[in-house]
Each structure stands twice: as structure tokens, then as C-alpha cells.
Design a protein around this ligand. Structure first.
Ligand SMILES: C[S@@+](CC[C@H](N)C(=O)[O-])C[C@H]1O[C@@H](n2cnc3c(N)ncnc32)[C@H](O)[C@@H]1O
Length: 678
């Protein structure tokens, strides 16, 4: 019985209404399709998929505004809603929660939530005014009924569809606090980075009911208080049933717990949630976030908890309203509010505390020790037994100590910026690297992969066959081997890269297809090879993809690269976008300019390096270089270069080389004077 109540049959068995709606939609009968989905909502348990289809259909036919209108969602605040690509978002629906919200917002902001997307459902207690005061809250209101909207998640789906694509999102109610192993010292950002790194898209949690050691009606909560001060206890044996759960049977779920202990068999709540997930348009959000449609291997083995503060005095005060709501809309059958009512009527002093079962919350490690939460499983999460794999930030901070090779900090930052821009613009694709050496840049690329994407590297991994007269760098690669690359890569990623061990000139035979969002050309330095590599890269990148060419200005051995790069640029085949001392970043002229434009904007406005905007062969570029102190140079007598350290002179020479040929050439002579090179 439990199985039937809590774990509905797989969607495919209940797909009748969905299928009919889909057929109608395909044949262009949009209004009838919508009606079929709506009928499904009346008769089928497949509500999460039906709501998702409704949102999809409305977006496709009436635009996102159509979906907002359908669900009666009206924007209340007027704050700027430009969301940075790495922001972590929290979705919540509220009704009369003015008491709980101040701590709820403060706690989750403390974890690392950047913005809250909140739907207010007819609050009358000042909730709205309170939310409007918080600069991180964006607020919508709807007068529609909560339960038919799949316990509010249909509204969240519309908001996420509009604002949260590719973002990590937390969905929690105002009487819940998200908790996870080492929450005291580990930010939500770190957690999400680790999940990304492990190829996970969702993290489950146990819903842990908290209570006081006094009667429920005496557990009075005052606004702003930490609710664990009022209700610090939970049941050590936190479940009565565990098993594979969810319509997709993709994670281990729990049911029962203190409610079952205190209220008997009529109360058998499902205690699992998937509150944290990376939202994509194909992500299904079940009612109460009790499950989602990720593949089992994409669901983290690490398990958190959602501390649930239901059993406080406010619960009794609101019981009547809640009963009415549920009676009207037939809510969750596994949770009987009339059972709560009866129990409280027969014992108004009802107290959930029992010394045989109850335990006071101490910290997150305690919940791990009790098996309520769990650390990531080493085997499935790519985390070593004693030392977890470095995060991307750790890698970037220490890569020069960790891996031999040629990859600068500034380029690591640009690679990450490209990834962010592409995520923000919905560009999906693999990464190609020609010339991996020991993996220094490939490892960084590995961190940026999404689960469905792959890294392909092409390298000879030997200097045999290279001609020392033509390949001046051949001597460097004497000790290089494919195994050395693979071992290095495995120190940071458990999913190996696809390795093509042959010359990049033969890549066409691999049938790779146009599927790459970054193609990094960092192999040979010979003109004939590089011009072919650039052509191959341009062939393989998707719309919104970026081609990166290394060593485009390096002397003495890489002038062949320079010749090939500028040939491609001046022939209009490669549009230059950005350049660093080491690499030139460009895109195909056949593709939309969006990624390139956003990247230029990032480079000139947000990057932590000073960029020089200039026009090169009629293209707008940003070049990262130390800032040119033009007023100082113009208005003051230059510092006598006597005794100037050689590095400074080199730095200035580099700067000089950088601005050669650009429209800032007028600074050249000043620099020349400074360097006494005339
Ligand atoms: C400068 S290193 C790459 C640096 C590397 N990306 C890093 O982050 O350290 C150049 C690499 O290109 C490889 N290479 C040279 N000629 C090649 C060719 N024709 N095809 C494929 N790889 C080649 C070399 O074996 C070497 O590993």
C-alpha cells in the first residue's frame, strides 16, 4: 500500500493524457493539446509531467509571458533580474510566513544562495512587504490554488524556465532549512562545484522533522529566531521504510519517522526530497521536490537533510486553515491532517519528545554518524578515500605546482569565462584540444564539462617523427607519453578524456562532427599544420563555439602559428575576439555573434585583468595587458630608465609588441622613448 501511495507507477503507464496532448500539439492543434493536458491534471497522477508540458506548450506558442499569465503569476518587485551565470538560486512558494522568513533568508544567504525567486500565494500577514525589503528577493504573486499547481512547483517550473536554466537551484519551503555534511564550513558553492565535478545534477536529502521537548503548542517561535533553538530534537530512528523510490526509481527514499511513531499508521509521510538540482529545461520538478527525473548515476550519493520545523505552536494555530485547503483540493494522501487534528483534540498537550527516541541536534557530522545524511560515496563520486579530488578553484590556484606545461592564469580565467557565457546562452557541446602535452589546460577543460559533454584530446604524445629543423619545440616532448597524460588527468577527473593519438592533420578521419563548443589549437607550431588545425577547429565548432589558438605571437619557434592565425583572420575565416599574451580567441564568421559579444563585454567590464580595446584588421578585440598609464606617460617626464630592472623593460617591450599594429600605435613612440630604443 505504501508503495502505491508514495511511489506512483512509472510515467509511461499513466501517459495516456500526455500522449494525446503531444499528438495534438504535433498536429498543430494547440488549444486542444492544452485541454488534453488539463484533463490529465484532473484524472492522472502524472501532474509534474503534465504541468511541464503545459509550460513548454505555452512558452512555444505564446512566449514565456503566456506561461506566466496562465499560472496567474504577476511580478511584484521591480529589481534588476540580470542573473550571473554562476549564481545559485533558491525557489520558494510562501503564504503567511512573515515569522519564519527572516531567519530562512538569512540562513540560506549564509550558505551561498545568491537570489531567491519567490511566489507569494495570497499572504495577508506582511510576508510580501517583508520580502520586498530584501534586495536578494524577486517576488511574484498568484491567486491560483496551491495544491492544483502541484504544491506550487508548477509556478517554480515557470520561474526556473525563465531565469534558472543551467543554474544550481535549491527548492525549500519557509519552514525548512537545507543541511548537508560539513555545512558549518563548506559553502553551497563548494558543494555544487563538487557535484559538478562528480558529474551529478541532483542531490537528495532526508526530510527531518524537528520538535521540542515540550508540548507542540508551547514551542512558540519568535521571528528571527533560529528554529533549532525552539525545536532542537529529532528521532534517532528517522524512518520506518526505505527503498528505491520516486516515479523514476532513481534514488533511495525513506518514509515514516516521528510522525508515524506519534500519529500511528495513518501518517506515513514520504521523507525524501531532491531539493538541490541543476535546472535544465528537461528537469522535471515533482510536487514538494520529492523526486526528479535524473539518471540514477547523476544523482549524488552524498545525502543532505532538510530540517523541517512543522511542529511548533504555529502548526496548531494554522491547522484549521490547512485542513480546509486540503479537504478542498485533496492534497498529499500520505499525510493525514485530520489524523493530526484528532490526536491534538484528544491530547492538546501532545508532545513528540520521547527520551527513548529523541536526540538533540548537535552538528552536521552527528547526522552523518547517525546515517541520516551521508558523505559522498568514494566509488561513485570520484572522491578518493582520504583526499577528495581538488575543486576547480584549487586546481587553478595550484596548477603551476601540480602539472608541467604551458597554461597561464589569465587563460584559465578566459576559459572559465567562455564556459560561463556559453552556459548563459545555452550553448552545449564538447571540448577539443589539439596538443595536450601533460594535460595542464586539458584538466581545466575537464572541470568545465557538463555530464553529457566530453573532452577529446589529440596529440602525438611523442617527438618521434618530428623534424627538429621544422619543429623547434620537438626537444621538449622527448619524455612525453600518453600514459603520463592519462595518469595526470586521472588525478583530477575520474571520467577519462577521449584520446586520439595521431597527428592533428589526420583529425578529419575521426568523423568528429560539428559538436564542440571550445576547440583549443595548441599542437604543432608549423605553418602548414596550424593552418589546417584552424580550419579543422572552425569546421568542428557549434554556433556559439570559440576557437582558441595558442602561441599566436611567440618567438622564436612559433612564427608559423602567427602566420597561420593572421592569414585566417585577414581572410575573414577567423573573427578575433580576445587575446592574451599566449592565446588568441576567435569565432567563426558563420555563427551568431552572441557569445563573442558577451565575451568582449566580460573582458572589458568584468574580467579581473585590464583589457585594451582595439580594432584589428577591422575587428573589435580586447587584449589583456597591464594597464597603459597614458596620462603619466604624457604629462610627466618619464622616470629615467637608468637602473631600471630588466623585467620592467621586458614588460614594456611586451606591451609595445602588443600594441603594434593596433589603433593605439600612437603610444608606441612614447614607449620607445621610455625604453631608449630609438
Ligand atoms: C605546447 S604543447 C601543449 C601544451 C598543453 N596544452 C599544456 O596545457 O601544457 C604542444 C603539444 O602538441 C603536440 N603536437 C605537436 N605536433 C602535433 C601534431 N602534429 N598533432 C598532434 N599533436 C601535436 C605535442 O606532442 C605537445 O604535446
Amino acid at each position: 500500500m505504501l508503495q502505491q501511495e508514495l511511489i506512483p507507477a512509472p510515467p509511461v503507464l499513466r501517459a495516456e493524457y500526455l500522449e494525446r496532448g503531444d499528438q495534438l500539439w504535433i498536429s498543430g492543434r494547440v488549444d486542444e493539446a492544452l485541454r488534453a493536458y488539463e484533463e490529465g491534471l484532473e484524472h492522472s497522477a502524472d501532474v509534474q509531467l503534465l504541468h511541464k508540458r503545459i509550460a513548454e506548450l505555452l512558452q512555444a506558442t505564446r512566449g514565456l509571458e503566456g506561461a506566466f499569465r496562465y499560472y496567474g503569476l504577476e511580478r511584484v518587485d521591480d529589481r534588476d533580474l540580470t542573473i550571473g551565470p554562476h549564481e545559485i538560486l533558491c525557489g520558494a512558494t510562501v503564504r503567511d510566513e512573515a515569522d519564519l522568513l527572516p531567519y530562512f533568508l538569512q540562513y540560506h544567504q549564509g550558505l551561498g544562495i545568491d537570489r531567491f525567486l519567490v511566489v507569494d500565494n495570497l499572504s495577508q500577514d506582511g510576508t510580501r512587504e517583508l520580502l520586498l525589503k530584501d534586495p536578494r528577493v524577486h517576488l511574484w504573486q498568484t491567486g491560483m490554488r496551491y495544491w492544483p499547481a502541484n504544491a506550487g512547483t508548477a509556478w517554480i517550473e515557470v520561474l526556473f524556465r525563465a531565469f534558472a536554466r543551467e543554474h544550481w537551484c535549491l527548492v525549500v519551503d519557509p519552514d525548512e532549512l537545507f543541511y548537508y555534511p560539513d555545512v558549518e564550513t563548506r559553502s553551497l558553492r563548494q558543494l555544487c562545484d563538487e557535484l559538478d565535478h562528480a558529474g551529478k545534477v541532483a542531490m537528495p536529502a532526508v526530510l527531518l522533522d524537528m520538535y521540542a521537548d515540550r508540548p507542540i503548542r508551547e514551542a512558540v517561535y519568535h521571528s528571527g529566531q533560529d528554529p533549532t533553538d525552539v525545536t532542537p530534537f529529532f528521532d534517532r530512528e528517522f524512518f520506518h521504510w526505505r527503498g528505491t523510490a520516486g516515479p523514476w526509481k532513481n534514488f533511495e527514499g525513506f518514509a515514516g519517522g516521528v510522525r508515524r511513531r506519534a500519529f500511528g499508521e495513518d501518517s506515513f509521510p514520504f521523507l525524501s526530497k531532491i531539493p538541490l538540482f541543476r535546472y535544465t529545461v528537461d528537469r522535471v520538478i515533482a510536487g514538494g521536490v520529492h523526486s526528479t527525473n535524473a539518471a540514477p548515476e547523476e544523482i549524488a550519493s552524498e545525502r543532505g537533510a532538510v530540517l523541517h520545523f512543522k511542529f511548533m505552536a504555529r502548526f496548531i494555530e494554522r491547522l484549521e486553515d490547512e485542513l480546509n485547503d486540503r479537504r478542498f483540493d485533496a492534497g498529499d494522501s500520505s499525510e493525514s491532517y485530520s489524523t493530526y487534528e484528532q490526536a491534538l483534540m484528544s491530547d492538546p498537550e501532545l508532545c513528540l519528545y520521547d527520551p527513548d527516541h529523541s536526540i538533540r541536534l548537535r552538528d552536521s557530522r552527528q547526522l552523518v554518524d547517525l546515517g541520516i545524511m551521508s558523505d559522498a560515496d568514494a566509488a561513485s563520486e570520484r572522491v578518493g578515500e582520504h583526499s577528495p579530488l581538488p575543486t576547480i578553484d584549487e586546481y587553478v590556484a595550484h596548477m603551476h605546482e601540480l602539472v608541467l606545461g604551458w597554461f597561464d592564469d589569465v587563460d584559465a580565467a578566459v576559459f572559465r569565462a567562455i564556459d560561463e557565457v556559453q552556459r548563459a546562452t545555452g550553448v552545449v557541446g564538447d571540448f577539443l584540444e589539439i596538443g595536450a602535452y601533460l594535460g595542464k589546460s586539458a584538466i581545466l577543460l575537464g572541470y568545465l564539462l557538463r555530464p553529457q559533454e566530453r573532452l577529446v584530446v589529440c596529440d602525438l604524445f611523442t617527438n618521434e617523427g618530428l623534424d627538429p629543423d621544422l619543429d623547434a619545440d620537438a626537444a621538449f616532448y622527448g619524455q612525453l607519453s600518453r600514459v603520463a597524460f592519462e595518469e595526470n588527468y586521472a588525478r583530477f577527473h575520474s571520467r577519462p578524456a577521449r584520446v586520439i593519438q595521431r597527428s592533428s592533420t589526420e583529425l578529419a578521419d575521426e568523423g568528429l562532427g560539428r559538436s564542440f563548443r571550445i576547440a583549443h589549437v595548441d599542437g604543432s607550431h608549423r605553418f602548414d599544420v596550424v593552418r589546417q588545425d584552424i580550419a579543422t577547429a572552425l569546421e568542428l565548432v557549434v554556433d556559439g563555439g570559440i576557437v582558441v589558438v595558442d602561441d599566436y605571437r611567440t618567438i622564436p619557434h612559433a612564427l608559423g602559428v602567427a602566420a597561420a592565425v593572421w592569414e585566417a583572420v585577414t581572410a575573414g575565416k577567423l573573427i578575433p575576439v580576445l587575446a592574451t599574451a599566449q592565446k588568441l580567441y576567435g569565432c567563426s564568421p558563420d555563427h551568431a555573434e552572441t557569445t563573442a559579444t558577451m565575451l568582449r563585454r566580460w573582458a572589458s567590464e568584468d574580467a579581473p585583468f585590464s583589457g585594451l580595446q582595439q580594432q584589428v584588421a577591422d575587428y573589435e578585440m580586447v587584449v589583456f595587458a597591464p594597464p597603459l598609464q597614458s596620462p603619466t606617460l604624457a604629462n610627466h617626464a618619464p622616470e629615467p630608465p637608468r637602473g631600471e630592472p630588466e623585467e620592467d623593460a621586458n614588460r614594456l617591450r611586451e606591451r609595445l609588441a602588443l600594441i603594434e599594429g593596433s589603433r593605439t600605435w600612437r603610444f608606441r613612440n612614447r614607449l620607445r622613448r621610455l625604453l631608449h630604443r630609438d
